[in-house]
Design a protein around this ligand. Structure first.
Ligand code: ASP
Length: 356
């Protein structure tokens, strides 16, 4: 039986035990009404998922991020768009790149930043998530950046927090990781140009448990990518995934033919039933991105990975460190994309306040 045999709905705080004590809920909360993350005039208020967002809004995030990328280093610390705002990083799950780049982004926008130490917070003493949120609101928080093992945790906080607060999803269960997907789109745009229509993109590995893959598919389809191929064993392929406008391949050699962009993914052991995977060695033998396999793609194909990468499992070191790898560029772009999203949600909040 799967570890994550869960329902779609998030627990009701009034009737259920505190969130921190809930078993992992790990399926999609389903499509959101756009009013959940957009203001009445279509501005970004929360950033919870890419699903359902208009292409123009994704372009706006990318354009704004590009401006931040091109700022000289000195100016990066002087963009005061979030001066006087308090951002709280709520990471209930481990993170290196995402948490650090959100932190750098907030600081470069001149925000006050608090990294809440969840392991030592009162949620571990039985306080409900909602009570924790209320207390943090009382300290004058303007934005929550949330990572949680439960799909829809960020939606839940967005639904119940005070109206002046924005919530950014920094990865929820296997559901969504929208800022990761946007930094990936920025990286693709930098190397392949603004027009996604001619691009063939392959995503390899554990698609089933990957929130990154889901958000990437939504972003790529919204930006009209020419073709999206998912490559991996049948056991790691979500049922009915073709409905998302993708093609799945169990044969990596066929799947990589003529590809422009290759995205490799980590095996999400923490969300996986061991029976889904024969063995690491066999996975690498059948799906590891080696130099020989890379040569089946276009000559100028780029290689991406959201990190953390496991060398010798999903990717060979020669490829990860090779000339076609843009993995570190993705990390750098994470700061600019997060600056873009944070500044957009705060300016939509300011506009709403002026109107009301
Ligand atoms: N860092 C990404 C995430 O949080 C990918 C991974 O963990 O494999 O989803």
């Amino acid at each position: 039986m799967s570890k994550n045999n869960s329902t779609d709905s998030f627990p009701d705080e009034r009737t259920e035990p505190p969130l921190a004590q809930q078993p992992v809920k790990d399926s999609s909360p389903g499509p959101l009404p756009s009013s959940m993350q957009l203001t009445s005039d279509g501005k970004l208020k929360h950033f919870l998922t890419i699903e359902g967002l208009p292409p123009l809004l994704l372009e706006e995030i990318l354009d704004r991020a590009e401006q931040f990328v091109s700022l000289p280093n000195k100016a990066k610390v002087q963009a005061p768009l979030l001066r006087g705002k308090t951002v709280m990083n709520l990471f209930f799950e481990n993170s290196t790149r995402t948490r650090t780049t959100f932190e750098l982004a907030a600081k470069r926008l001149s925000a006050d930043l608090v990294n809440l130490d969840i392991r030592n917070s009162a949620t571990t003493k039985g306080e409900s998530l909602l009570d924790t949120i209320r207390n943090l609101e009382a300290m004058g928080c303007d934005m929550f950046v949330v990572r949680h093992s439960s799909s829809s945790a960020a939606h839940f906080i967005a639904r119940y927090c005070a109206p002046h607060i924005s919530v950014i999803n920094a990865g929820d269960g296997r559901h969504a990781h929208p800022t990761q997907a946007m930094l990936d789109m920025l990286t693709i745009r930098q190397f392949k140009g603004r027009d996604f229509t001619p691009l063939k993109v392959a995503i390899i590995g554990d698609i089933k448990h990957s929130r990154v893959a889901r958000s990437q598919i939504h972003a790529l389809t919204t930006l009209c990518a020419g073709e999206i191929r998912l490559i991996g064993p049948q056991t790691l392929m979500p049922e009915g995934i073709e409905k998302m406008g993708v093609t799945s391949y169990t044969n990596i050699e066929k799947g990589l033919d003529d590809i422009d962009v290759i995205i490799t993914l980590r095996l999400q052991h923490e969300r996986m039933d061991s029976a889904m995977l024969p063995s690491i060695r066999e996975f690498y033998a059948r799906y590891g991105l080696t130099q020989e396999r890379l040569e089946l793609a276009k000559e100028d194909a780029i290689v991406m990975h959201p990190g953390p990468a496991n060398r010798g499992v999903e990717i060979d070191s020669r490829v990860a460190d090779g000339p076609q790898s843009v993995i570190l560029q993705q990390v750098t772009n994470g700061i600019a994309v997060r600056m873009a999203v944070m500044s957009m949600v705060m300016s939509s909040q300011a506009a709403t306040r002026v109107e009301s």
